[in-house]
Write a new protein. Sequence first.
Length: 239
Amino acid sequence: MSDDASTATETAARLFSALSLDGKQSNETRQVSSGGLEFLLPELVNTLVSTTLEAKQLSERIALGLEPRVTDKRAPTNVEAYSSLVNAQNASTSGWIDLPDDKELMEQVYVKLEMVGFRVGRRLAERFAPLNRRLTDTLDVVKFVCKDVWVMLFNRQIDNLKTNHRGIYVLQDNKFKWFLRMSGNSGGAAAARRAQPYIWLPCGIIRGVLASFGVSTVVIAETLGLPQCTFQIKVVSDD
């Protein structure tokens, strides 16, 4: 994982781990405003998009002989290469940036964001796993995500949980908190595409929580219209 992604993970983990399930102040529980998480997410997405784009552009210039090869494992940051996206971000009132129309690059961003969420999810499960009951059944673990974890992160439970009882679970949040304040000049499919990177982090969180209980999964998410969001969990075999 890159230094930027690692730093982002540590920052996210500290914020999430400071949350309290019951919201009560105690000597062992530090409180943090949930608004801080909403501010963190756009910055996290923007940073990972920018650094991934910069690294790709630097590699292309090195391949063309326009830049010397870097012997240090940490590639230098090229701010100018990302100036167009920064200007787009500054001009936006919503905090969104114009995402590059580069499928390979966005795949790399997805891997980084999802892994940040995965590590955060594991830490959340380790800290907030219920002590008064054992979660041995996969459905019980998924319900723990829908109720306890979602309340902790978003102050509300998942609106709907469906399963085919064959390893597939569908979680539907009709008012996904991180989408409530998002707006843009265009709606529909365009808005859904711009919102896509912002649900990769919770995909990783869900997968991380489930992994902590020994459940290997693949988690994907989609939104057909803000602020609705649907997460699909597919249990996979370790074989």
